[in-house]
Design a binder for this molecule. Structure first.
Ligand code: NAD
Length: 375
């Protein structure tokens, strides 16, 4: 019997794409550890080995023109190599449409830590990207551009829409959660999952689960912060505060949505905090929650979480891709609500993580979603 296949196209071959592509190779053959690190081995009939990269775009001179299996290890990518035997994919990284993908301040840093534009390369038109998506029979387009790439994200979203390719938006530019865009995907019958991917076990999910715990245990949350540091290009890019507006909103709302009552703006601070070069792709989160329990008696909680940033998101991306393909197989267009709520920080419809988990499992089985507590 023919194995099923999911053809993926990727915009932005940075650290997250590296971990995803390494992961597809790592889980290729299974083995005794085949389920470690995955939420689903089999998701609706699709296994990790059924994913294959068929097209890719980037704007960095060290990546354009190389097979994806080499480009993922090119500078400035600096995530952990957990699989060094990634076979050639046959997909050569094409020059992307630059637009606002690369922030001016990136030029102030050494090339090995920053972006290096492929200046001599001709940028593609929308028609050319659409043609490649069609010719390669791509099913899902992953958006892995830097934070703040509003125009570039809209460009690739437009291409996916035109080509009838499902769009998985891993970044905090609001497309799935923007009603005008959501309607366009709905009207065209094209699935979209977004926005802003939650890591497998990252700061957001931990902060949300603890916030939900406070609510369930009757503890009033008065104040909280979540400070994050890292040393990859994602953190370097986010030093430009003007690119951060939607990132901060996405991360803050992810916590506000599960609080028993909304906190005043001055009592909640969530966001990327600084770039520490030597941390590379290691991200450290410092979290503090202050509240009051029985008898108005105060308590506080401090937590430090250290994770390798990009494999942490790839563990989720591998499920988002499969859910997007399931929606495509079923002819469902528009935002795929349950997986978006489970896998993203800023979905069209927020749910608690328990509810989103149950609803996602129901979606995978093709069953109706149970009612949720929505904020
Ligand atoms: N790691 C996580 O857990 C996580 C979680 C949530 C969101 N994200 C988001 O995912 C995105 C990708 O993260 P990353 O760590 O891979 O970033 P990265 O900086 O390593 O990669 C971004 C890539 O995009 C390329 N690029 C820039 N402009 C482009 C354009 N116009 N067209 C095509 N390519 C372009 C860059 O050259 C680079 O290769 C970021 O926005 C990040 O905030 C990551």
């Amino acid at each position: 019997m023919m194995e099923p296949q999911i053809n993926i196209a990727i915009a932005g071959i940075g650290n997250c794409a590296s971990s995803l592509v390494q992961g597809i190779a790592y889980y290729q053959n299974g083995g005794s550890n085949e389920q470690i690190g995955l939420m689903h081995w089999d998701l609706g009939g699709y296994r990790p080995r059924h994913l294959q990269v068929v097209a890719a775009w980037d704007v960095d001179a060290r990546k354009v023109g190389r097979d994806v299996n080499e480009a993922i290890f090119a500078q400035p990518n600096n995530t952990q190599v957990f699989c060094d035997h990634v076979p050639p994919t046959g997909a050569v990284v094409r020059m992307g449409k630059r637009l606002d993908g690369v922030a001016p301040h990136m030029a102030d840093y050494p090339a090995e830590r920053s972006f290096m534009l492929a200046d001599g390369q001709r940028e593609p038109s929308q028609e050319e990207v659409v043609r490649v998506l069609r010719e390669t029979n791509a099913h899902v387009l992953m958006n892995y551009l830097p934070v703040g790439s509003q125009q570039a994200t809209e460009f690739y979203a437009e291409c996916a829409l035109e080509a009838g390719v499902a769009f998985v938006n891993c970044i905090p530019v609001f497309i799935a959660s923007d009603e005008t865009w959501a309607k366009r995907f709905r009207d065209k019958g094209v699935p979209i999952i977004g926005d802003d991917i939650k890591a497998q076990l990252g700061a957001t999910i931990v902060h949300r689960v603890l916030t939900d715990l406070f609510a369930k245990r009757g503890v009033r949350l008065d104040r909280t912060y979540q400070l994050n540091t890292g040393g990859n290009t994602d953190f370097l890019n986010m030093l430009e505060r003007s690119r951060l507006k939607q990132k901060k909103e996405s991360k803050t709302e992810a916590v506000q949505a599960v609080a028993e009552r909304r906190l005043e703006d001055e009592n909640i601070h969530v966001g990327p905090s600084d770039y520490v070069a030597w941390q590379k792709d290691n991200k450290v989160c410092f979290l503090r929650m202050e509240g009051r329990m029985f008898g108005d008696v105060p308590l506080n909680l401090e937590l430090r979480l250290s994770v390798e940033d990009s494999p942490n998101s790839a563990g989720v991306a591998i499920d988002m891709i499969r859910c997007a393909k399931l929606a495509l197989d079923r002819g469902e267009g528009g935002p795929v609500e349950a997986p978006a709520a489970f896998f993203c920080k800023h979905p069209p419809q927020q749910m608690t993580d328990d509810e989103a988990h149950i609803a996602t499992e129901a979606f995978i089985l093709g069953e109706p979603a149970p009612k949720s507590r929505v904020h």
